[in-house]
Write a protein of this length. Sequence first.
Length: 290
Amino acid sequence: MQFNLHSLLAVSLCLIPPTLVFFRILRKRREQRQSGQHPFKELRRRPAGEALRMKLSDLYDQGVTGIFGLVFFPMTLGLQLLYIHPNDVITPILFFAATVATSVIFGIWMFKIEKLISAYRLGFDGERFVGEELSQLIALGFQVYHDVPFDGFNLDHVLVGSRGVLVVETKARRKPAKHNGGKEFRVGFDGKSLQWPWGSDSRAVEQTKNNARTLANWLSAATGEKVWATAILTVPGWMVDRKAPSHDIYVLNPKEIYGVCSSFAEKLTDKQIACLCHQLDQKCRIVVED
């Protein structure tokens, strides 16, 4: 195998065009940001699934980095090996071993990223679906908030109206296939836990209750008036078999939420609603980035 400095330079020149294009894109993006700015600086309310959207954006960036490393790291290492040992028979073996090692490392990394992307995308789509269903409650006088931020976590949806304060937690789960090719579509609720086709889950129920208590305590402290929040756990795409009554949480399909909420008695005055919404408006503002 004949390989010298001239050959190395010739091969290296092939990497210059894509590198120049890459940095040109980065420069163009920076120039666009500096040439102007958004006509508004913030959104009054966060969109549904905003936290998951931000996580997905970060994961996509990591995925691009992983692809770059998967392709260019072995190539660069191979060029170095060929330059150091141009006529050594062991060079192809070292190059192959290095390629396998880097492929495994970056492959495992990208597999984990893809798994997270799949889970976050399902959650994001679920929150958007529920958000569309909740928009119908505006006709009942509810103000709808999404992705309300707290320390280390977010409340998927919060509603405030004359019928009270509601906290809605969305749990999107894939439907497993049956042996006959059909899809499981029912989840049971025994008053304490969800009974999925693959097992029981009480964490989602407790999380929803805790979210309602957290919001109620925060609003009570912020307004100086005792506030109660109703907990609603919703599972988009699943029919819910309620096998036992529960007095501190509702487990519903998203399409059932409107009917349940419309049956609540009115309990809040316009002044109370305005005070609660003022606190949530301040908390849910989001800065728009160029």
